[in-house]
Design a protein around this ligand. Structure first.
Ligand SMILES: C[S@@+](CC[C@H](N)C(=O)[O-])C[C@H]1O[C@@H](n2cnc3c(N)ncnc32)[C@H](O)[C@@H]1O
Length: 291
């Protein structure tokens, strides 16, 4: 793991330790939200699991950036960052984003890859494009459609160094979708990262922990020595839920706290400290290499 590169990328996404969106992302998100209708009386169920375009807009304006920051903080753990670096050296990355919504976890990853490429250091020295294959799995086609647009808009900026190959959406609810996700992983190559960001709450409505854990392991193709890194995140209010899943998976669960600057709908920049829980599956040992 290249410590100088990690520190450079960290300083860019979280200057002075505070995560914030850069201007490019703020503009892309704002444009995407403005394409969607706004509804003042949005039901709570639409905020949690948006099935309508107005619900997706609420998610984009309210939760999206916060979840991006929490995924990024997790990808910047040395043992996880080394995997991201390896993808940049190889020139390709394959992502599975379960309960993707509008793709916060995928967006977080692509932003970090673009910053590694842009750094020109270590793995970024390679200088050419990183090919991206993404599988989004969500019960909401509207949310996934927005996710695909966000991903392709970001990647199509000339400076991103990213090239989207396949952006596939899977509408079958997880964990039923696990077999399909695994098959797709067989076709495009084993996933480098498999995310479940803030999806445990709706998933738990319909499925037992055993089924969720087995579905995740199946998607990651654990046992096939694929080296997929799994990242599961959930907010502080559902600690017992993520701890129970971690126990089923036989891995630790830890609390993290980050500082973030979020742009709220009333158009002010709000600074917050936020705690959440995460489990990381199958991370690589972070051997330090000279840059
Ligand atoms: C709170 S959102 C999280 C979205 C995104 N991952 C993030 O971090 O911002 C939860 C998502 O899970 C999706 N969802 C609910 N049940 C699902 C299921 N059985 N399979 C896949 N996705 C599901 C919802 O449609 C919603 O988009």
């Amino acid at each position: 793991m290249d410590e100088a590169l990690l520190s450079d990328v960290k300083n860019k996404v979280a200057p002075d330790g505070e995560f914030q969106l850069d201007e490019r992302w703020a503009m892309i998100l704002k444009n995407e939200a403005s394409r969607l209708p706004k509804r003042a009386d949005l039901p709570e169920s639409e905020q949690r699991c948006p099935t309508t375009r107005a619900g997706v807009r609420w998610q984009l304006e309210t939760l999206f950036a916060r979840h991006v920051f929490q995924v990024q903080d997790s990808l910047l753990l040395p043992e996880v960052f080394s995997k991201l670096e390896g993808c940049c050296r190889r020139g390709s990355v394959r992502l599975a984003d379960i309960g993707s919504g509008a793709g916060a976890a995928s967006v977080a990853t692509l932003d970090l890859i673009a910053r590694i490429i842009g750094s020109g250091q270590g793995a970024g020295r390679r200088g050419s494009n990183v090919a991206v294959d993404i599988v989004l799995n969500d019960a909401s086609t509207e949310a996934m459609a927005t996710g695909v647009r966000l991903i392709t808009t970001f990647a199509s900026q000339p400076s991103s160094g990213l090239q989207v190959g396949r952006a596939v959406t899977v509408e079958t609810p997880f964990p039923k979708s696990a077999r399909q996700l695994r098959r797709l992983g067989g076709a495009i190559g084993p996933y480098d990262f498999c995310f479940m960001s803030y999806a445990l709450v709706p998933l738990k409505d319909d499925s037992p922990y055993d089924d969720i854990a087995t579905g995740l392991q199946k998607t990651m193709q654990l046992g096939d020595s694929s080296g997929t890194c799994g990242v599961v995140l959930q907010d502080q209010f559902h600690e017992s839920m993520i701890r129970r899943l971690a126990a089923k998976l036989g891995i630790p669960c830890s609390k993290a706290t980050i500082r973030q600057k979020v742009h709220d709908p009333s158009n002010s920049n709000e600074e917050q400290t936020y705690s959440f829980y995460r489990c990381i599956l199958n991370a690589e040992p972070a051997a330090v290499t000279a840059s």
